[in-house]
Design a protein around this ligand. Structure first.
Ligand code: HEM
Length: 231
């Protein structure tokens, strides 16, 4: 009885609370805190291993992000004519697993630097440390789900988790019922993921909204040396 209540609360209502705070919080911060809307780069304080760590982390998390969106939100009937749920699960485990390892290694390096480099530590806020630690733990939990998923490669559990995500995002209703009987690693991973979404507007993660996507399609800039008149 009480377990069903919490299941409904965490997997039925909490996603909408997190999503609402994410959207309205981001809008308010953009409107009221323009000068706080930044990545908060600390590269000039210490650049040792920064490029490697940052690249591993960002490549990993971007692949995971698009993998989660496509993997969890594509209805089964869209890909069923081409491959089975089991094949899709193996693809998710392979691609997500590799990206998860990159993200975890890069994230752990960044977290170590943030906590133990005196200059970086001195300029870090509690939220900077907290959100990075949460992302590292989240990547580790995601890899934990892979260990469980390897035990049942028929794709059934993946379909159940996708059904939950689709019921939430497409307003299908009764989302929480899909989480019944799902293993604890998946549940903690989903709960922590939703909490990261909710904290997003209050952290440096807002820079994700400002990803320079337009850069890839913009016109070339022609840069010429100013003529000095001397040849
Ligand atoms: C709202 C946020 C999130 C939700 C709802 C979510 C949900 C899930 C679910 C349901 C799975 C299992 C997929 C399956 O077995 O079929 C999974 C796997 C995984 N997640 Fe997340 N996740 C979230 C955020 C994140 C973040 C931020 C990271 C990284 C920092 C991450 C890393 C992983 C990894 C590495 C896996 C295993 C590989 C894979 O299946 O892609 N997740 N996630």
């Amino acid at each position: 009885m009480i377990a069903a209540y919490f299941e409904q609360l965490i997997f039925g209502y909490y996603p909408y609370l997190a999503g609402t705070v994410f959207l309205i919080g981001s809008l308010l911060r953009f409107d009221h805190g323009q000068y706080t809307w930044k990545t908060g780069s600390s590269q000039m304080l210490s650049s040792k291993n920064m490029r490697l760590a940052s690249n591993l982390f960002h490549i990993g998390i971007l692949v995971i992000f698009f993998g989660h969106v496509v993997g969890l939100l594509t209805p089964h009937w869209v890909y069923a004519p081409f491959f089975s749920a089991s094949t899709k699960q193996i693809m998710a485990i392979t691609v997500g697993g590799i990206a998860g390892v990159l993200c975890l290694i890069g994230g752990a390096m960044l977290l170590y630097r943030r906590l133990f480099n005196p200059r970086v530590r001195a300029s870090s806020s509690l939220m900077d440390n907290l959100i990075l630690a949460m992302l590292v733990i989240q990547a580790a939990l995601g890899l934990g789900t892979v260990v469980f998923s390897l035990g049942h490669l028929d794709g059934e559990l993946m379909l159940q988790l996708s059904a939950w995500a689709q019921a939430i995002v497409y307003f299908g209703g009764n989302a929480a019922q899909h989480m019944a009987g799902v293993g604890w690693v998946y549940k903690i991973h989903v709960f922590l993921g939703l909490t990261i979404v909710m904290l997003f507007p209050f952290s440096r993660l807002v820079h994700v909204w400002s990803a320079p996507v337009g850069y890839f399609g913009r016109n070339y800039q022609i840069v010429r040396r100013r003529s000095t008149g001397v040849r």
